[in-house]
Design a protein around this ligand. Structure first.
Ligand SMILES: NC(=O)c1ccc[n+]([C@@H]2O[C@H](COP(=O)([O-])OP(=O)(O)OC[C@H]3O[C@@H](n4cnc5c(N)ncnc54)[C@H](OP(=O)(O)O)[C@@H]3O)[C@@H](O)[C@H]2O)c1
Length: 294
C-alpha cells in the first residue's frame, strides 16, 4: 500500500489533519508536502517518522517527485489571491501522472442553486472540483463551511464592547471547527466507501449574527447587541484598522453569503463522518472568548 500524503501541513487545517491521522495510521505510512522542510510546525511529526516531501503547488516537477509512491493525496486548497487554478490543476495533473489513486479536496460549501460568488474562492473551487472529476482519479470533495476560527475576523475581537457590528441579514451559518473538519479528512483518508463522493461538511448548529450576539451575551453576562451597519461602513471600519481594502471586501463577500443563508444547510455529513456531534457556536465562543473580555 502506498503512502497517504497531506498538503498544507504547516497550516491550520493540514496540521490538525496530520495530528489526528497519526492517531490512526503508523507514521511510516504518512508523508507531507511542504514548501519549507525546516518549518517548525512539522518538526514534531518528522521526529515521529513522517516523511517530508518538498514541493510547491506552482512547481509541477516538484509535485511529480513528491507524489512518487503515494496512494492518497489530501489536497488542502490553496489560499485566496494566489492563482488557485494553476496550483490545484498542477496538483491534480501531477497526481494522475505519478500514479496516485485518490485525491481528496477541501472545497467551499455552497447551495446548488446559488448565484453567490465569493471572489478568489467560489470559481476556483468549482474549477478544482471539475478538474478532479475529469481527471480519472478517484476523488472525494469535502465542501467546508466558514471556520469557527474565522468568525472573529468577521466581527472583530471586541464584540463585548461594541457589539456584533455587521451588515444586515438574518441568514444562518453552520460553521465548523478546524479540528472537526480535520477529523472528517481523516475519516475519508482511513475508511473505504468515500470514493467519488461529495460531502457538505457544515456543522450541526446554524446561527445568525443575532443568535451569535445572544450567545456572547449569555457567556459574558452582559448584553451584546447585534448592530446592523452598511457594507460601506463595515469595510471602512476594517480599513481604518489597517486591513487592506481587498481583504475588507473579501470579508464583506463572506458576510453577504452568511447573511443570505448560503452556508446554513445542516446536511449531517460532518457528524456522520466524525461519528459525534461537531462543536457548537457556544462551545467555540466559550473557548475563544472565555471571560468578560472578547
Ligand atoms: N472556510 C473557511 O472559513 C476558510 C478560511 C480560511 C481559509 N480557507 C481555505 O482553506 C485552506 C486551509 O485553511 P488553513 O486555515 O489551513 O490555511 P493556512 O493556515 O493559511 O495554511 C495554508 C497552507 O497551504 C500551504 N501552501 C500555500 N501555498 C502553497 C503552495 N504554493 N504550495 C504548497 N503549499 C502551499 C501553506 O504552506 P506554507 O507554510 O509554505 O505557507 C500552508 O501549509 C486555505 O488555504 C483556504 O483555501 C477556508
Amino acid at each position: 500500500m502506498g503512502k497517504i500524503l497531506v498538503t498544507g501541513a504547516t497550516g491550520g487545517l493540514g496540521n490538525r489533519t496530520l495530528e489526528l491521522l497519526l492517531k490512526k495510521v503508523p507514521a511510516n505510512q504518512v508523508a507531507v508536502l511542504v514548501r519549507n522542510p525546516q518549518s517548525e510546525q512539522i518538526a514534531g511529526f518528522i521526529k515521529e517518522g513522517v516523511e517530508v516531501h518538498q514541493g510547491d503547488y506552482f512547481d509541477y516537477n516538484s509535485l511529480l517527485r513528491a507524489f512518487n509512491g503515494v496512494e492518497k493525496v489530501m489536497l488542502i486548497s490553496a489560499i485566496a489571491f494566489t492563482d488557485r487554478n494553476t496550483q490545484h490543476f498542477n496538483v491534480i495533473a501531477a497526481a494522475k501522472q505519478a500514479g496516485v489513486k485518490q485525491v481528496i479536496y477541501t472545497s467551499i460549501t455552497r447551495r446548488e442553486d446559488s448565484d453567490l460568488i465569493i471572489p478568489e474562492v467560489t470559481r476556483s473551487d468549482i474549477f478544482a472540483e471539475e478538474a478532479l472529476k475529469a481527471s480519472g482519479l478517484e476523488y472525494t470533495i469535502l465542501r467546508n463551511p466558514p471556520y469557527f476560527e474565522a468568525m472573529p475576523n468577521y466581527f472583530g475581537s471586541n464584540a463585548y464592547e461594541v457589539g456584533v457590528r455587521v451588515p444586515e441579514g438574518s441568514g444562518k451559518v453552520a460553521a465548523a471547527s478546524l479540528y472537526d473538519l480535520a477529523a472528517a479528512n481523516v475519516a475519508v483518508l482511513t475508511q473505504n466507501g468515500h470514493e467519488n463522493k461529495t460531502y457538505t461538511l457544515n456543522g450541526s448548529d446554524a446561527r445568525s449574527f443575532t443568535d451569535i450576539a445572544d450567545d456572547l451575551s449569555e457567556i459574558s453576562g452582559t448584553r451584546v447587541a447585534h448592530v446592523t451597519i452598511s457594507e460601506k461602513e463595515y469595510v471602512e471600519n476594517l480599513t481604518s484598522n489597517g486591513v487592506p481594502l481587498h481583504v475588507g471586501e473579501f470579508l464583506s463577500a463572506w458576510l453577504r453569503g452568511i447573511n443570505s443563508g448560503e452556508f446554513s444547510e445542516t446536511s449531517g455529513d460532518l457528524e456522520r463522518l466524525i461519528g459525534r456531534k461537531p462543536m457548537t457556536f457556544k462551545e467555540f465562543f466559550k473557548q475563544r472568548f472565555p471571560q468578560n473580555k472578547a
